[in-house]
Write a new protein. Structure first.
Length: 155
């Protein structure tokens, strides 16, 4: 008697957004290396070949070192992200409703350091306002930043 394997039910974007903690949405290259058992060179080739679609490069513009962030869902549950558009992926990264993001939240969501956030702000790559020593960035600016830093669709 053989068991029949049933396909996983479709998961709505709303359910995904509610289930993922903001600190877990994007992961760094080392997480991908560990989980997939691949080295950095192989991962770079896979990005260039289009095998990873939901990847952003947050490089500060100095040198050629990539600062990659991967949509965790694509690494751990790739079947969920197959039908995604860039807009879907951005909604997963930013959530659906928030319109303004403080510096701490940006650091957590994008998995970047505070000095990197300050650098992006001061270089004009991530426009926002500073009030009381805290950077606040409006959603449209973060969406634009994510669209321009997305490299997964350029293979």
């Amino acid at each position: 008697m053989s068991a029949t394997i049933q396909p996983a039910p479709a998961i709505s974007l709303a359910a995904i957004l509610m289930a993922i903690p903001e600190k877990s949405v994007l992961v760094r290259r080392d997480t991908v290396e560990t989980f997939c058992g691949l080295d950095g060179t192989k991962i770079s080739h896979m990005i260039d070949e289009g095998r990873f679609r939901w990847v952003w490069d947050f490089n500060m513009g100095e040198g050629c070192q990539r600062e990659l962030r991967f949509l965790a869902l694509e690494i751990f549950r790739p079947e969920i992200t197959k039908p995604f558009t860039l807009e879907n992926a951005i909604k997963v990264v930013l959530g659906e409703t928030r319109q303004n993001f403080g510096g701490g939240e940006i650091v957590r969501r994008l998995r970047i350091s505070r000095p990197s956030l300050n650098h992006l702000y001061h270089k004009g790559n991530l426009p926002g306002v500073i009030s009381g020593g805290t950077i606040t960035v409006a959603r449209p600016a973060l969406e634009t930043f994510l669209r321009t830093r997305w490299i997964g669709g350029r293979a």
